[in-house]
Write a protein that binds this ligand. Structure first.
Ligand code: PLP
Length: 375
């Protein structure tokens, strides 16, 4: 029969996320040192979940010269957080409110003739012409590029735009030597050449994001656009960067159970022997991927411990064996990994995804605390 529930005391505390801006600063300086040109800090998706304004200001203070985002709303938020540096917004809809770009001093990408035709402000709008260099995603296709270049030149002469840059993006740069990267580089230099032949003088040519910046200096050109790398993620797996997040949750309840006890929804886990189960108030609504059920681990009471049963919306159960874990003890869900705790990369592997999705998926109710820890 089931053993009595030995709830010692109930602790009420939310999961929390500590963000170490010193790690962001150190990563930024690393890219500033290796870049052949300037560094743009890409702070889309709330600074990859690390705080839009905090990451933007930290990166600029550490030597980044530009900020990149994927909407005018994000660009305005960065400007209002106190950043004077140039800001580029891409992925804007054709009917985006470009008066914001003029008012806040924001450069915009131009990925199509429709986007170009929609630019009609009193002052010339600074633009970066965006070429599809092999993603089939958000740039202008190679066969529309020639007409886009002549239209851009006419718009520049008419005083509607000022061409600042040309941008591309590589699809397979996380696999060094991938043939798509060579093709993308060739497509990009042809695109820049066609811009020049049309009479345009783009001074900022930018193609590389984190992986290309780390593995192929010939992609650097005038600027590299770094997002993941600033927060310690290297998709190319070649470089050790600093993680900035520590995600913790307190144990709120402890119970002793017999062998053969089913745990959680569906009883996907049944205990093999008598053991102690600790309950953490953190679940998939807080960013723990449910797909990691049956594989995830946390650091608790000096060891890695398995998360058992299915990850619920608000809670998970951890098997701590016969160790004396108490309510109020802190579990580290993930951190930089220096002390044996799992990393965001570990959670990504357990869930079959990439660490970007883990760090940008932390839920809104998780308490955030900004720190300056690492040297
Ligand atoms: C997100 C993004 C980046 C940043 O990429 P990372 O690999 O995170 O450095 C750069 N350029 C474009 C167009 C992007 O969308």
């Amino acid at each position: 029969m089931g053993a009595p529930v030995t709830t010692i005391r109930q602790v009420s505390a939310a999961p929390s996320l500590e963000i170490d801006l010193a790690a962001v600063s150190a990563n930024t300086r690393r890219f500033v040192e290796l870049a052949r040109g300037d560094v743009m800090a890409v702070v889309k998706a709330d600074g990859f979940g690390h705080g839009l304004g905090d990451v933007a200001r930290t990166a600029i203070a550490a030597g980044a010269r530009w900020i990149g985002v994927t909407s005018l709303a994000e660009a305005v938020a960065v400007r209002e957080s106190g950043v004077d540096a140039p800001i580029l917004s891409w992925l804007n809809p054709v009917d985006a409110d470009l008066s914001l770009a003029v008012r806040y001093g924001i450069d915009v990408s131009v990925p199509s003739l429709e986007h170009l035709a929609a630019i009609d402000q009193a002052a010339p709008v600074p633009v970066h012409l965006q070429l599809d260099t092999g993603m089939s995603r958000d740039g202008a296709s190679a066969n529309s590029w020639l007409s886009l270049m002549s239209a851009a030149r006419r718009a520049e002469v008419a005083g509607r735009i000022r061409v600042v840059g040309v941008m591309g993006h590589l699809a397979c740069a996380d696999t060094p030597g991938h043939p798509a990267s060579a093709a993308g580089k060739r497509a990009f230099s042809r695109g820049v050449e066609m811009a020049r032949q049309a009479g345009l003088r783009p001074s900022v040519r930018h193609l590389a994001a984190t992986s290309a910046a780390l593995t192929d200096p010939t992609t650097h050109l005038d600027m590299i656009r770094i997002g993941a790398g600033l927060v310690g993620i290297d998709p190319s797996g070649t470089t050790e960067l600093k993680s900035a997040l520590r995600f913790t949750a307190p144990v709120v309840q402890v119970r002793r159970v017999d062998a053969g006890t089913g745990v959680g929804y569906g009883h996907s886990h049944v205990t093999e022997r008598a053991t102690t189960l600790a309950l953490l108030p953190v679940g998939y609504a807080d960013g723990l991927p449910r797909a990691a059920s049956g594989r995830g681990e946390v650091w608790l009471a000096g060891r890695r411990r398995p998360v058992v049963g299915v990850i619920s919306m608000d809670q998970v159960v951890v098997d701590v064996g016969d160790d004396p874990v108490l309510p109020g003890d802190e579990a580290v869900v993930f951190g930089p990994g220096d002390s044996g705790e799992p990393t965001a990369e570990d959670w990504a592997q357990w869930a079959g995804t990439i660490p970007h999705e883990i760090v940008t998926g932390i839920g809104a109710r998780v308490r955030r605390a900004v720190r300056w820890l690492t040297q």
